[in-house]
Design a protein around this ligand. Structure first.
Ligand code: PMP
Length: 457
């Protein structure tokens, strides 16, 4: 038995060992003085289980990656089979069936026009690839003035320096400002900000004026516009109307600027369609995918792009036009096999269709929050439902962030066996697609009690 498999005494012992050696992501480690990390021993379906047998409903799909439950038998079987054949081989100069078949299938199901797949191994890396490819494309065409990217306010594209630079969340970005390239932020079409009585479509269209203006003014120096289609997930699950994407596609073509769709969080059915771009009937020039790609099993990402982009790099070596970007684990066979098993489940179980009913159950469960005196909005797109908790519902004045009300909801939910991790004061549900309506109801009840407890004083 390896040390990691030794049965441990209880949660507290493991948490103490953890805190002696680990440094956790996206965490002020001092917070663990009052709330230690939860040691997870196993997972089954939507449930995680700790070392004392307590169970937690994974209502946020472990940071939005898990689609078909933990320890899914079909994905497990595919991985076992792949383990016996090939765990890894470098993808430069070599190839293997999992990478090849996955690329073929992604190209088949992606929005039209995307015919080439370039792998990386996490979401941020995919964003880096798309940014570099777009820049490099224009350079290969002699358009050397094109060095900038237009981005939306309130956007998030990852933590590496390039991805941070095109993101706009001060919490993650501000500290690193001196290290980052300058991007051109344009006001988000975020429909939370719409005027009373205004429809989502009207607001999103109105906001497009600023994008058109930015394109008009800067297109000569801009490589691409990068957006998170329909939902700015890390940006408090703020949402907008597909009409914005349709207009953006047309304008990007008009101005000779690429469109990068970062569907790392919203891809693979999250918004109700396989890819969010489908709801606007558009295809981007670069589509970044990760998270749900492997069903939440292994790190993998991919950038899909157009044949025209690929050909701008295709030439005799001495012309130095090749895209020399690489990661050691690019296209890892195990990760690709998990992704293929995930796509099998989508097809065999008609998941997108079935999710319509689940989204209905989410909507029904979320309805109870709409009139709460500390809720400014309940919004939903497909399998994402968000509840905006505020100090004053009428004025929408937020709670002072230092009060960390969302964290109170997190703590409360953990005690009741639900994993919720609000973004600031925004509680959201983004469960695996194998959740049942009864589990949704339980989750909503726990979230309600958490909201009531967190807004008492
Ligand atoms: N883009 C979006 C839209 C994301 O939501 C995330 C992760 N939350 C990323 C990029 C970065 O992905 P990763 O955490 O795998 O680097």
């Amino acid at each position: 038995m390896t040390p990691a498999m030794e049965p441990a005494a209880d949660n507290a012992v493991i948490a103490a060992r953890d805190l002696a050696v680990l440094w956790h992501p996206c965490t002020q480690m001092k917070d663990h003085e009052t709330l230690p990390p939860v040691p997870i021993r196993r997972g089954t379906g939507v449930w995680l289980e700790d070392f004392e047998g307590r169970r937690y409903l994974d209502a946020i799909s472990s940071w939005w990656v898990n689609l078909f439950g933990h320890a899914n038998p079909r994905i497990n079987a595919a991985l076992r089979d792949q383990l016996d054949a090939l765990e890894h081989v470098m993808l430069a100069g070599f190839t293997h069936l999992p990478a090849l078949e996955l690329a073929e299938r992604l190209v088949r199901i992606a929005p039209p026009g995307l015919s080439r797949a370039f792998y990386a191994d996490n979401g941020s890396s995919a964003v880096e690839v798309a940014l570099k490819m777009s820049f490099h494309y224009w350079r290969n065409l002699g358009r050397e003035k094109k060095t900038k990217f237009i981005t939306l306010t309130n956007s998030y594209h990852g933590e590496t320096l390039g991805a941070l630079a095109v993101g706009d969340l001060p919490l993650y970005k501000n500290t690193y400002h001196p290290l980052l390239m300058t991007s051109l932020p344009v006001p988000s079409p975020d429909c939370f900000l719409r005027e009373p009585g205004q429809s989502w479509a009207e607001h999103s269209m109105q906001r497009f004026d600023a994008m058109r203006e930015a394109l008009d003014r800067h297109h000569e120096e801009v490589c691409a516009v990068i957006v998170e289609p329909l939902v700015q997930c890390a940006g408090s699950m703020r949402m907008y109307d597909p009409v914005y994407l349709a207009r953006l596609r047309t304008a990007c073509d008009e101005y000779g600027v690429h469109l990068i769709a970062d569907e790392i969080a919203v891809g693979f059915g999250r918004t109700g369609t396989m890819f969010a771009c489908e709801q606007a009937g558009i295809g981007p020039d670069f589509l970044c995918l990760s998270k749900g790609l492997t069903g939440g099993y292994l790190p993998l990402s991919v950038v899909l792009t157009r044949e025209e982009v690929y050909h701008a790099f295709y030439d005799d070596y001495p012309r130095m036009t090749a895209f020399l970007h690489s990661h050691s684990y690019t296209g890892n066979p195990l990760a690709c096999r998990a992704a293929l098993a995930t796509l099998d489940i989508f097809e065999q179980d008609r998941v997108i269709e079935r999710n319509t009913a689940l989204a209905g159950a989410l909507a029904a469960a979320g309805a109870r929050f709409a009139d709460h005196p500390h809720v400014a909005e309940v919004r939903q797109r497909g399998m994402i439902l968000a509840i905006e908790m505020v100090k004053d519902r009428r004025t929408r004045e937020p709670y002072p962030w230092q009060e960390r009300r969302g964290r109170r909801v997190h703590r409360h939910a953990l005690e009741r066996g639900v994993l919720l991790r609000p973004l600031g004061d925004v509680i959201y549900f983004m469960p695996p697609y194998v959740i049942t309506p009864e589990e949704i109801e339980y989750l909503a009840q726990v979230a309600w009690d958490g909201l009531v407890a967190a807004t008492q004083d």
